[in-house]
Design a protein around this ligand. Sequence first.
Ligand code: PLP
Length: 395
Amino acid sequence: MKSRNPKPAILDGEPVFKKTVPIIQPTLPDAAELTPHIKKILKSHQITNASYVKKLEGEFARYSGARHAVAVANCTSGLILVLKALGLKGDVLVPSFTFSATVHALVWNNLNPVYVDCDKETFNVDLNDARKKLTKKTCGIVGVYIYGVPPDMKGLQKFATENKLKFVCDSAHAMGTTVNGVKAGNFADAEVFSMSPTKLATAGEGGIVATPHAELARKIRIGRDYGNPGDYNIEYVGLNARMSELHALLGWLNLKKLPQRVRHRNKLYALYKKELSALHGLSFQKIAAGVTTSCNYFPMVLDNEKFGMSRDALFDCMEKENIATKKYFYPAVHEQDATRAFHTKKNSLPVTEWLSRHILCLPMYSHMEEETVKKICKAVSRIHEYAGRIRMEKL
Ligand SMILES: *Cc1c(COP(=O)(O)O)cnc(C)c1O
C-alpha cells in the first residue's frame, strides 16, 4: 500500500515540529500592562492580602455569580481549609481518577478517602458506584471537574442532600465551565479553583474558594491567615494560605481575559475532534448537553487494537515528533505510593484503572494557534498509518 503521509519521526522521518510544543503554557500579560500596577503596589507597601486580592475576589464573584469568593495561596490549601472549616470527620467519597491534591486535602484533615470509580464516557465520578460505597461513616463527597467537564451536579447535589453529606468540588480545572448557563462555583457547599500555571487564568500560584455560605467564607478568610480572627486568639488551626498582591495582580489581569480564552480553547477542542475523528481507535470525553467546558486539557482515549499501538507507545512516538503529551491522570491516586494504603482490595476501580492506562492528553493552551492543532493531528495520523511498521521495527 502506498502511504499518503511521510514517515513518522520514530521511523527516522522528519519530526513534525522543530521545537517542542509544550503540553500547556500559561498565557501571560505584557510587562507594560503589569508595570503601572506593580508601581502602585510597591508604593502602597502592602504586599500581601490587600487591594489587589480584593479586586481579584470581586472580579471572580462578578464573573461567576458566586455569592462569596475568597482568594487563597493555591487550590490545595483552599481544599484543606474548606474540609477543615466544614468540620468533617470520617469517610469521604472521592474519585481516584483525579489529580493527587484532591485526595491529599482529605489526608491532611485526617479524613479517610473512599475511592469511587469513574464513568467510562464522562471520566467523572460514577454516582452508582458512590451509592455502593456509602456507609454510616460517610460524611462528604468530593466532585472533580475532569479536564473542565463537570460531574453530574444535579445527581451529586441530590445524593448529598439525601444522605446529609457535605458536597465539595475540586474545581481546579473549571474556570470558565458552565452548566446550563450557570458558571462553575455555584454547585456545591464549596468549590475550589486553581490559578496555578497549568490552569486557564494563572496568578503564578493561587486559588479561589467559592461558596454560597457566609459563615464558611468567613472561616476560610480567617483560616488562610493562620486561623486568626484579628485579635490573635486563634479560632481554629489554619494555614498561611494568603495570596500576595503581585500574584493577585497577575490573576486579576488574566481572569479578565477568561471569556475569550474559553472561546478560543473550545474552537481548538472542536478542531482536534474534527481532525482526529477519521482515525480508528480514538474516542473522546463525553460532554453532556448544556455543558460548556473550560477545555483545560484535550484528552483522547486509545483502543490499542484499533489504533494499532498502546497509549505508552503513542506517547513515545509523539515525543519524537517534538510534541509533549501527558499521561494524565496516571497512575490513578489509589495506585500511587502515598495514597495506595487507603485502597482496599474489595473496593474495585476497574474503569479508573483501565482509563488511566488508555488516556493521553494533547497540547492545549489559550494562545495556541489552529495551525499547531492541525500539525499535531497530522502527526497522530501518520503514526496511526505506520502503526504496523512501528510495531515491527520499534516496539
Ligand atoms: C492543579 C490541580 C490541583 C492543585 O491546584 P494547586 O493550585 O496547584 O494547588 C488540584 N486538583 C486538580 C484536579 C488540579 O488539576
